[in-house]
Design a binder for this molecule. Structure first.
Ligand SMILES: Cc1cc2nc3c(=O)[nH]c(=O)nc-3n(C[C@H](O)[C@H](O)[C@H](O)COP(=O)(O)OP(=O)(O)OC[C@H]3O[C@@H](n4cnc5c(N)ncnc54)[C@H](O)[C@@H]3O)c2cc1C
Length: 416
């Protein structure tokens, strides 16, 4: 057994686990992280072909962690958001300048994000990384958790005061603990691909609610677009079976000609879309974050942004505790973290789930209501601002990192 073990052991070095590791790296916490798949591998499930829309709160977290420049170098700014309902009159436009911002968000390919996080982590001497390695068993031994890690050299045991499960939607840690989930299957699949249009996107992001579900085209560097097309499972099979020309034709029909002709499409991949919530976000000395705690429908691009605010709050709680000589796995500490995050969690889950249901429904009354809603967004600044606050992760008290501040108040520097 490795002695003296770790204060905090993070299971999963995907987008959320690696962000937490980085947030804690400047702290006196003895930190370990276990990741099953090396970050640059083609089969890495977190840093795959998807792109992520980062809200301004996420940008501030990454600025505070010193990796924003590396992310921004491979990201595109969203300067406008254009929301429409196929075949209906309602259209809403949100724009950064009229909100006094330089960008409403940034879109970054997941691989770029992974590279930025892991190259920054590589320079952190306090972090012990096990990769490729899997956590295969956990045992509560009173004031610690004994964790069995299986790597290339065989099995190894590590004891930690706190285990953070950041091991994804089907979290093996959560299963080990015997925790159940509440799952809503929307019966939908997200088809993702990069698409090249004939016209420059000029930083515009498009969210179009089609008969089958929402279709998002987000700006990427180099004039490309990141597509997330939500369709029913049977329709997804048909669309995936088409050749590129056939697929582009269907996409063009659904999206229209706002960016001229859609010229090329890259490799397509499918993701099942559901809402999965862990029955508990803490069990003893284990706390769940990211997809292990809550997996959301990507319709509003909220899953990672919400998780990053959780990470910021958790890091702040843990840092404060360890500096004060307290146990980072203490139940009161972890419950205080969860209480602080509950309003944001409920708000984002409710907003995302409501949006999926509202825009998946073709009842005439609802269609009219939502078109009025979309049109009203254009003329009512308060309504528009409320939506912007939701999409940008504001409107709730934010942890220090999400305000661009370091973990401690010692040297407060607000980053632009
Ligand atoms: C199509 C799509 C588009 C999206 N777009 C957006 C967006 O625009 N904005 C946004 O905010 N969110 C978006 N999301 C959500 C976002 O992708 C998730 O919030 C994010 O991937 C969660 O990351 P995670 O690290 O929690 O989990 P994962 O990405 O699943 O990573 C889990 C990690 O744990 C590792 N692991 C698993 N088991 C073990 C084990 N036993 N031992 C060690 N390691 C293990 C895995 O190898 C993996 O690296 C989107 C999601 C989808 C499906």
């Amino acid at each position: 057994m490795r002695e003296p073990g770790a204060d905090v052991l993070i299971v999963g070095g995907g987008m959320v686990g690696a962000s937490l590791a980085l947030a804690l790296a400047g702290s006196p916490i003895r930190l370990a992280m276990v990741e099953a798949v090396v970050p640059r591998a083609a089969e890495q499930p977190s840093y795959d072909d998807r792109s992520t829309a980062l809200a301004p709160t996420s940008r501030r977290v990454f600025q505070a962690l010193g990796c924003w420049d590396a992310i921004a170098a491979g990201a595109a700014a969203i300067t406008h958001i254009h929301v429409s309902d196929q075949g209906q009159f309602g259209i809403a436009r949100l724009d950064a300048r009229s909100e006094g911002l330089d960008a409403l968000g940034h879109v970054v390919p997941n691989r770029v994000l992974g590279q930025a996080l892991h190259s920054r982590l590589a320079g952190q001497p306090v972090l012990r990384q096990y990769c490729p390695a899997r956590v295969v068993a956990l045992e509560d031994v009173g004031d610690r958790v004994r964790v069995t890690i299986e790597g290339e050299q065989g099995a190894e045991m590590v004891e930690a005061r706190l285990v953070v499960a950041a091991d994804g939607t089907r979290s093996p840690v959560r299963e080990q603990l015997g925790l159940g989930v509440r799952e809503t299957d929307y019966g939908q699949v997200g088809i993702i691909a990069n698409v090249t249009p004939d016209q420059d996107h000029l930083g515009r992001a498009f969210e179009r609610f089609t008969r089958e579900g929402p279709l998002a085209l987000l700006p990427l560097p180099g004039g490309h677009l990141s597509l997330v097309w939500t369709v029913h499972q049977s329709r997804a099979r048909q669309l995936m079976a088409l050749d590129d020309a056939g697929f582009l034709q269907r996409l063009q029909q659904a999206f229209g000609y706002r960016l001229g002709r859609l010229l090329r499409v890259g490799e397509r991949a499918c993701y099942p879309l559901h809402l999965v919530r862990s029955d508990a976000r803490r069990s003893g000395r284990v706390v769940m974050v990211g997809n292990a705690a809550h997996t959301l429908h990507p319709v509003a691009g909220q899953g990672f942004n919400l998780a990053l605010r959780d990470v910021a709050e958790l890091a702040e709680h843990l840092h404060r505790a360890v500096v004060a000589g307290q146990d980072p796995g203490d139940a009161r500490l972890l419950d205080s973290y969860l209480r602080a995050r509950t309003p944001d969690y409920r708000r984002v889950v409710g907003f995302t789930d409501g949006l999926v249901r509202l825009f998946s429904n073709r009842l005439p009354g609802l269609t009219l209501g939502r078109n009025l809603g979309l049109s009203m967004l254009g003329v009512m600044p308060e309504l528009r601002r409320a939506l912007m606050y939701q999409a940008m992760g504001r409107g709730v008290p934010l942890p220090r990192l999400a305000r661009g501040l370091p973990l401690t108040a010692d040297e407060d520097v607000v980053h632009g």
